[in-house]
Design a protein around this ligand. Structure first.
Ligand SMILES: NC(=O)c1ccc[n+]([C@@H]2O[C@H](COP(=O)([O-])OP(=O)(O)OC[C@H]3O[C@@H](n4cnc5c(N)ncnc54)[C@H](OP(=O)(O)O)[C@@H]3O)[C@@H](O)[C@H]2O)c1
Length: 245
């Protein structure tokens, strides 16, 4: 489908991967609802960059997706502002270490709430708009580690595994009018505090022996939204081969 003039709601869009996805959509003329939780100044910069890049409209929307009421309120605010929602990109994510011996039920609940529950209910709240679009698209940004968990991040990995099931459940629930797919990034952008040594180890653990980039994930989003018109319920790895290494 043509992305020009469509409206995309991108969660976690103020910084890092979500920001890059927003700008890649803007380059196609897509209008962008830039969701953020705490990064208000960054979110405003992304909205300004969208407008500069393509002249497409953009605005910022705050929501704590750990709040069960947030998805409905967010979808309502975006649809009121733009009058439509064609694309939902669930990119916001909580990523916290929780080693097995120390992990608490609260760690579990917070990861599940933001990484799996919110994408499900955001899709539910956007569903009338996505269906009305006639070409609605949902893209869930998951993680290769949702299929093959690594140590010390059990609640995070389990939440991404849940998101992969949510992806398939939404593909069924929203068929035949809305396509729903997941992207499973590998190491595309290291956590800001990670040491150079750990970054090297992370690169070495991939088949391609290098880190990826947020742009690689953004290109996959554009492909799924624009070109993959016979693809739904799928899982696309963008991981340098990390999953099978
Ligand atoms: N970076 C990688 O190499 C990598 C690898 C595998 C998978 N992924 C996945 O790709 C996506 C983007 O990655 P990333 O590294 O850019 O993510 P990130 O920096 O860890 O988080 C993205 C945004 O999520 C938002 N967020 C966190 N908790 C939230 C909450 N309770 N409510 C609403 N928003 C919340 C934050 O927004 P504010 O800043 O506004 O608070 C944050 O900027 C994520 O789904 C991640 O799991 C990334």
């Amino acid at each position: 489908m043509s992305l020009e003039g469509k409206v995309a709601l991108v969660t976690g869009a103020a910084r890092r991967v979500g920001r890059t996805i927003s700008l890649a959509l803007a380059a196609k003329g897509t209008r962008v609802a830039v969701h953020y939780r705490t990064s208000v100044a960054d979110a405003r910069r992304v909205a300004a960059a969208v407008k500069t890049l393509s002249g497409a409209d953009a605005d910022v929307f705050r929501a704590d997706l750990g709040d069960p009421a947030a998805p409905a309120k967010l979808a309502d605010a975006v649809s009121r502002r733009f009058g439509r929602i064609d694309i939902l990109i669930n990119s916001a994510s909580l990523y916290e270490k929780a080693p097995f011996g120390d992990a608490a039920p609260e760690d579990w609940d917070r990861h599940m709430a933001v990484n799996a529950r919110a994408p499900f209910f955001l899709a539910q709240a956007c569903a009338p708009w996505l269906r009305r679009s006639g070409e609605g698209v949902v893209i869930n940004i998951a993680d290769w580690a949702g299929l093959r968990p690594y140590a010390d991040y059990g609640p995070y990995c389990a939440s991404k595994a849940a998101l992969l099931c949510v992806n398939k459940a939404l593909a069924k629930a929203l068929a035949p009018t809305v396509r729903v797919n997941a992207i499973l990034p590998g190491p595309v952008l290291a956590p800001e505090a990670m040491s150079e040594g750990d970054k090297r180890k992370m690169s070495e653990a991939t088949l391609l022996k290098r880190l990826g980039s947020p742009e690689a994930v953004a290109r996959a989003c554009v492909f799924l939204a624009e070109s993959a018109d016979y693809t739904t319920g799928a899982e696309l790895t963008v991981d340098g081969g990390r999953l099978i290494a």
